[in-house]
Design a binder for this molecule. Structure first.
Ligand code: PRP
Ligand code: URA
Length: 209
């Protein structure tokens, strides 16, 4: 079974509280999501392998470490995943970015795929799939399905908030993909919204409601 890692750094938790608050404006919401994405990226990249190289400082030659030529890819799930991409790119500027467009049908809560554009070498990359919300789990499962169909094997899922129901379904569908969260909430409501959650992530990011 995959791991669920809660990124419980005080800065992440403090900013997540502001993100949840319904009084937070669209501008503040965007800025905070961006900041939390950067802080979470710090956690997610903790296990990147290093290699030793030699550099010359102004004082002496020394052996020192750099990231071992890893090929990384970021896969935001449209639309709301876009709000976290820049925050991650700040730490991993060389990452390629692929997009998977999914929306949740409001009646059935099933994900509907409407757009996919991925780097041609996506199957060779270690991927971080990015979406603020893991609710029923349908969208994240569909995104990983789409990537596995293209022979991708190394993936991590990064979300701000998840519901236990979504985590369970996702782990059953993709036991090989670890999940990084800022918070694991209580439950889903009758409309498939996370309680207490933060509301509709896409609408709050883009000001559409
Ligand atoms: C939201 C969210 C996830 C999905 C989570 O997207 O960003 O992609 O819902 O729900 P699930 O786990 O039940 O599938 P939404 O469908 O609202 O689309 P949007 O990002 O375009 O607003
Ligand atoms: N999508 C959201 O944006 N919020 C939720 O609570 C659930 C799905």
């Amino acid at each position: 079974m995959s791991k669920v890692i809660i990124c419980d750094h005080p800065l992440i938790q403090h900013k997540l509280t502001l993100i949840r608050d319904k009084r937070t404006t669209t501008k503040e919401f965007r800025e905070l999501v961006d900041e939390v994405a950067t802080l979470m990226a710090y956690e997610i990249t903790r296990e990147l392998r290093l290699q030793t190289i030699t550099v010359e400082t102004p004082v002496a030659k020394t052996e020192t470490k750099v990231i071992a030529g890893r090929m990384l890819g970021l896969i935001p799930i449209l639309r709301a995943g876009l709000g976290m991409v820049d925050g991650v790119v700040k730490l991993i500027p060389g990452a390629k970015i692929g997009h998977v467009g999914l929306f949740r049908d409001p009646e059935t809560l099933q994900p509907v795929e409407y757009y996919t554009k991925l780097p041609t070498d996506v199957h060779e990359r270690e991927l971080i799939i990015i979406d603020p919300m893991l609710a029923t789990g349908g969208s994240a499962i569909a995104a990983v399905d789409a990537l596995k169909k293209r022979n991708c094997t190394q993936m991590k899922l990064m979300c701000l908030i998840a519901a236990p129901e979504g985590v369970k379904l996702f782990q059953e569908a993709h036991p090989d993909v670890d999940i990084y969260l800022a918070a694991l909430d209580e439950r889903l409501d009758d409309h498939g919204y996370i309680v207490p959650g933060l509301g509709d992530a896409g609408d709050r990011l883009f000001g559409t409601k």
